[in-house]
Write a protein that binds this ligand. Structure first.
Ligand code: G6P
Length: 754
């Protein structure tokens, strides 16, 4: 259609020009032809006069003039000759044929004949008038007046006009057709060229193989399209974005509303007794809780966890249940009670002195005690019993969380063989050699293989797990399908990178602006307004690289003295596992190094490092993120790390720089951060300097991309992918059960074998 319009724009002026040409050319052509004919007529008249002169001289001898009359009558039988007249030398009309007009006197005829267009219109049509003196031997005898027929000229002119118009129309049509063909071809060329551009071929080779001059245009167009696409993705969100309603509809449709039970050690809300005796609710610092809680709200299921708060028993009903979140009551928390010995052996001992350092290769020796192992087994059984007790059907969906429950999947499988058990390992899985340190490695692996699906953050951890099973168990591994068959049961090993809940518009609208957050943070911590601020937010854990971070800050101030008196580093370190010696020693070490740095570099009585070793609520942390110029995440080893994702989610102003350890699982999906090796102090110091001097445009570019990734790969997607796989697995199980029981139609048998 566009091509047609373009052609019309060209053809209409062409038609106008051709019509104007015909309009002006035709009269000109008529007058030219008339002149040519007039000359011919005159010559013909002369010829006739000469031929007839003798006959006329003879006829004049007849005094009655009859002979002359007869001669003239014969002569006008010629179809081109209309009339003839004879004028005496004195100008008197003596003889004329019948058709000669009476009113045409000899003088008039003489005058007319001397004009350039000697024409006269008679009733029969136009005539040409010519006058020819006739001379005899005796001298001039008179003048012959001839009236030639001109009507044939009019007929010819009409024919010529028709031919000319037909010719111009023909030329017009040919030009139009040629133009249309050329336009079509070039339009197609443009269309295919543009398509090639959109496919990205324009940048690789010249358009259409032969228009190198279009390459810069191609590059420009591609860049613009990319910008538009980015903007669209950023501001409109991903088309198939995962959110709570989508997860709920997945549960209703694919899992037919089946019961979902979550098992974790840490509970999502802790009831504590305050100093004044009043009960208050606390949210623990735990990446696991941050991620699983929104999923649980969407699932309305049951969450089984250790009741560790001082007022937890007060908050539950007689079945040890409490509806959460406080005031909203979207799911049930079933609390499991542990004695101090059990907590010491299972949680502090086996889980956090054994498994935690075993899986995080962070140069802290794992400690494995027989007594801890026994408690670990007892507590796993206690939680497995709780799962069975909470199950309302024989095939609930059980989501087992983390390294505290490596034995639980097989324990639940024994009691509920039809349950779908998804175990997610929130921390790294080490290589088989490191894992081999664990004296109960075989039992741990067997326990985990009770799961239907075993999930890790990254493919790398999946690979390590499969290799460990290969090394320590007699199992059949199908690498192609990523499944392990052990004692007749199959487990699917898959990576599901965990994430956070993307903040809703409503929650964002309640946030103070970054400038206001900055003002509040500066005021709260007595930081001068002109200081650049870096933040770190972690549990006080040796795997988080807090020490390495402090060394990097120290090195920055050595290398770049210009930052002294202009830079403050705020480190939030939430107390964790403080009963363990390793953690106490670590905390002391950090406090000591902080003191040293502050002694070296503090200016005007203000500390350059602010160590805030206390629990911070989400709102406080969010304010810190929004106030910061840089966020430092320098874990020595981390399954995923959600602090970096929270920082990105907090920066709707698209400012701020993320410095991220390459040993955190998140580094794989967040390449726009400044990726560092936390053990390389110099590199981290340089990255901080680079962040502090990064132009706002570059910050925006990086942050916008990070935000788009985290928004799309949010926690609902994490849960959604796992539950979709679980639903597929359940369908497969149902079909294969039916096949075994009754035999089934062929397509069901095929589905069961997929
Ligand atoms: C890590 C673990 C979680 C744990 C969290 C906090 O993120 O993967 O399972 O809840 O640390 O540790 P804590 O021992 O206080 O629960």
């Amino acid at each position: 259609m566009k091509a047609f319009n373009l052609q019309l724009r060209f053809l209409v002026p062409l038609v106008v020009v051709l019509t104007a040409a015909a309009y002006f050319a035709l009269p000109l052509m008529d007058s030219l032809t008339l002149r040519w004919f007039a000359r011919d007529m005159n010559m013909r008249g002369n010829l006739m006069a000469n031929t007839l002169s003798e006959s006329i001289a003879a006829a004049l001898e007849d005094p009655k003039g009859r002979k002359l009359q007869q001669l003239f009558n014969r002569a006008v039988e010629d179809e081109r000759m209309v009339a003839m007249g004879w004028c005496s030398p004195t100008g008197e009309l003596l003889t004329r044929t019948a058709s000669y007009p009476r009113e045409l006197s000899c003088d008039d005829a003489d005058r007319l004949a001397s004009e350039t267009e000697p024409r006269l219109r008679l009733p029969g049509g136009p005539v040409h008038v010519s006058a020819h003196p006739v001379t005899a031997e005796s001298g001039p005898v008179g003048q012959l007046v001839l009236l030639h027929d001109l009507s044939f000229i009019e007929r010819r002119s009409l024919d010529t006009r028709r031919y000319l118009i037909a010719l111009l129309a023909g030329v017009g049509i040919v030009i139009a057709l040629v133009t249309m063909a050329v336009a079509q071809l070039s339009w197609r060329g443009w269309v295919s060229g543009t398509r090639a551009l959109l496919r990205g071929e324009g940048l690789v080779r010249p358009l259409g193989g032969g228009a190198p001059e279009l390459a810069p245009v191609a590059a420009e167009l591609r860049a613009r399209l990319r910008d538009l696409e980015d903007e669209y993705r950023r501001y409109q969100g991903h088309e198939a974005e995962w959110d709570a309603p989508r997860l709920q509809s997945l549960l209703r449709s694919q899992l037919r509303g089946d019961q979902v039970i979550v098992v974790s050690n840490r509970e999502p809300y802790i009831h504590e007794k305050g100093k004044d005796g009043r009960v208050f609710v606390r949210r623990p610092a735990s990446g696991l809780v941050t991620a699983v809680e929104p999923v649980m709200r969407a699932c309305s299921g049951t969450w089984i966890a250790h009741g560790s708060g001082t007022a937890d028993r007060k908050a539950v009903d007689r079945h040890d249940r409490v509806a959460l979140p406080p005031g909203h009551e979207e799911y049930q928390l079933r609390r499991v009670w542990l004695s101090p010995e059990e907590e010491q052996g299972y949680y502090y001992g086996f889980a956090n002195e054994g498994m935690w350092p075993l899986c995080h290769v962070a140069h802290v020796r794992p400690v494995f005690r027989e007594s801890d192992w026994l408690y670990y087994k007892t507590v796993n059984q206690r939680f497995a019993d709780a799962v069975v007790a909470e199950a309302r059907s024989e095939d609930p969906v059980v989501l087992v969380q983390d390294y505290h429950f490596a034995l639980l999947p097989a324990m639940v499988r024994r009691r509920l063989p039809r349950a779908t058990i998804l175990t997610f390992w929130h921390i790294p899985w080490p290589n088989p050699e490191s894992f081999g340190i664990c004296p109960w490695r075989q039992e741990i692996l067997e326990g985990l293989l009770g799961s239907t699906i075993m999930g890790f953050h990254t493919r790398f951890h999946c690979k390590n797990f499969i290799e460990a099973v290969d090394r320590y168990l007699e199992a059949r591994i199908e690498h192609e399908h990523s499944t392990i068959s052990y004692k007749g049961e199959q487990t699917f090993i898959e990576s599901y990178p965990i994430s956070i809940e993307w903040p809703t518009r409503d929650s964002v609208s309640e946030w103070a602006s970054p400038a206001e957050c900055r003002r509040q943070v500066c005021e709260l911590h007595d930081i001068p307004g002109h200081h650049r601020i870096a933040v770190g937010v972690d549990r006080f854990d040796y795997t988080k690289g807090i020490l390495e971070r402090l060394h990097a800050v120290e090195r920055l101030l050595e290398k770049h003295p210009e930052w002294r008196g202009k830079f403050t580093f705020v480190q939030v370190a939430a107390p964790t596992r403080a009963a363990l010696e390793e953690y106490q020693a670590f905390q002391q070490r950090i406090e000591q190094v902080t003191r040293r740095i502050n002694e070296r570099f503090s200016a005007g009585g203000r500390e350059v490092v602010r160590l805030l070793a206390q629990h911070h609520e989400h709102e406080q942390v969010n304010r810190l993120y929004r106030a910061a110029d840089v966020c430092l995440v320098t874990s020595l080893h981390d399954g995923m790390n959600l602090v970096c994702k929270e920082f990105v989610a907090a920066r709707d102003d698209e400012q701020g720089v993320l410095v991220l350890s390459r040993f955190a699982g998140a580094a794989r999906d967040m390449p726009e951060a400044l990726i560092v090796n936390p053990y390389h102090v110099e590199e981290v110091a340089d990255a901080i300097h680079r962040s502090l001097t990064m132009p706002p445009a570059e910050q925006r570019e990086r942050m916008a991309n990070l935000r788009s990734t985290v928004r799309e790969f949010n926690v609902y997607r994490w849960a959604g992918k796992m539950l979709t796989d679980a639903a597929r697995w359940r369908l497969r199980e149902r079909i294969s059960e039916r096949v075994q029981r009754h035999g089934a139609p062929e397509e069901e048998r095929n589905a069961a074998n997929m």
